[in-house]
Design a protein around this ligand. Structure first.
Ligand code: NAP
Ligand code: ZN
Length: 360
């Protein structure tokens, strides 16, 4: 792996888990991290959430995976070292890193705080070119990470660190569209799919005051949907129950990871209602033009959220005592967790306890 590195850059090795190719099991190996630059924060990773994106990318379901791949972009840890120019963090602080570790910082989108829509493309926490070490970035299934402080988040006091980790992707990815489409009192909102993203959307929608209807394929999740904050839960395979909501929604957030029929949900929107995709199935999804044209409906998408917005979301969570529902796992159980994710058997986010890596 020596050919990847710039000779002038000093680095150190850390333990990680990842895949060598699309069909390989997740297995331990060693990766490089750069020695902290003046603006960098080094974080000992305590917890890392398991996002369905980890699976899409590691398994090569989307184009462009760079191998070996070390996933993980829901990171909470303890600051161990800071560069001389760092002002917001000191050793001992709790800190968090999400889906991005850098962007161009100059384009109009970056300047307005929307780094996730950087015109050059943000530097993702994993699977992006690494301008410092060469090669590509490695994510949070690892013992430590070094990140520019501009992309490090503060973890507000009072939040459980393990249950906070999923907020760094599942949280911000659902928070951002809810804010953009102004969910609140008087709005009827749908959530499709009760997984990692979906369960955060239900919690946020309820906290913001919208009327929340959950659509799930899983009869076993109905009670949880209500407990998590949905006012109503509809089994999406019950066509009659679904149709009772025709032409009634202001907004539906679709957080489904696999191919499914969008036309059903478009038909549930009222005039000027929006169906917003955050889920990213690999295959194209057919849309009937009539379902958009009558009555003037919108189909849109949304990606994670900006850095300032992520901090705003974390602060909102601290204020409203919101965290993810998690199942804590040792890193050694990651293959089993991925298999369960594919079977829709997640309640509602796996979080890796990184102490398991240090324990060997
Ligand atoms: P997840 O925890 O696996 O949840 C996905 C849920 O989708 C499942 O729990 C299930 O809910 C539903 N589902 C799965 N297969 C289905 C099928 N064949 N038909 C209908 N429903 C199905 O996944 P996640 O981590 O929340 O991620 C969801 C998607 O969002 C992934 O594609 C991920 O890559 C994407 N994502 C996008 C962004 C972004 O920035 N836009 C950020 C993060 C993740 P029920 O059991 O309730 O039906
Ligand atoms: Zn994610």
């Amino acid at each position: 792996m020596g050919k990847w590195y710039f000779p002038c850059m000093t680095m150190f090795s850390v333990q990680a888990y990842g895949v060598e190719h699309a069909a390989a099991p997740v297995a331990p190996f060693t990766i490089p991290r750069r020695e902290p630059l003046p603006g960098d924060v080094q974080i000992e990773i305590l917890y890392c959430g398991v996002c369905h994106t980890d699976l899409h990318i590691a398994r090569g379901e989307w184009p462009g995976t760079l191998y070996p791949c070390v996933p993980g972009h829901e990171i909470v840890g303890r600051v161990t070292r800071v560069g001389a120019a760092v002002t917001r963090f000191k050793p001992g602080d709790l800190a968090a890193v999400g889906v991005m570790v850098d962007s161009c910082r100059k384009c109009a989108n970056c300047v307005s705080g929307l780094q996730q829509y950087c015109v050059e493309g943000p530097v993702f926490t994993y699977n992006s070119p690494d301008k410092w070490l060469g090669g590509h970035t490695f994510g949070g299934y690892s013992s430590s990470i070094v990140v520019d402080e501009a992309f490090v988040l503060r973890v507000p006091a009072g939040l459980d660190p393990a249950a906070t980790a999923p907020l760094l992707c599942a949280g911000i990815t659902t928070w951002s569209p809810l804010r953009h489409w102004q969910m609140g009192p008087g709005k009827k909102m749908g959530v499709v799919g009760l997984g990692g993203l979906g369960h955060m959307a239900v919690k946020f929608a309820r906290a913001l005051g919208a009327h929340v209807v959950l659509f799930t394929t899983s009869p076993g999740k109905v009670a949880d949907g209500l407990r998590l904050g949905a006012h109503e839960v509809v089994l999406s395979r019950d066509a009659d129950a679904v149709q009772k909501h025709a032409n009634s929604f202001d907004f539906i957030l679709d957080a489904v990871s696999a191919p499914h029929d969008l036309n059903t949900y478009l038909g549930l929107l009222k005039l000027d209602g929006a169906l917003v995709l955050v889920g990213l199935p690999a295959e194209p999804l057919p849309v009937a033009a009539f379902n958009l044209v009558l009555p003037r409906r919108t189909l849109a998408g949304s990606a994670i959220g900006g850095i300032a917005e992520t901090q705003e979301m974390l602060d909102f969570c601290a204020q409203h005592r919101i965290t993810a529902e998690i199942e804590l796992i040792p890193l050694q159980k990651i293959n089993e967790a991925w298999a369960r994710l594919v079977r829709q058997d997640v309640r509602y986010r796996f979080v890796i306890d990184m102490a398991s890596l240090r324990a060997g």
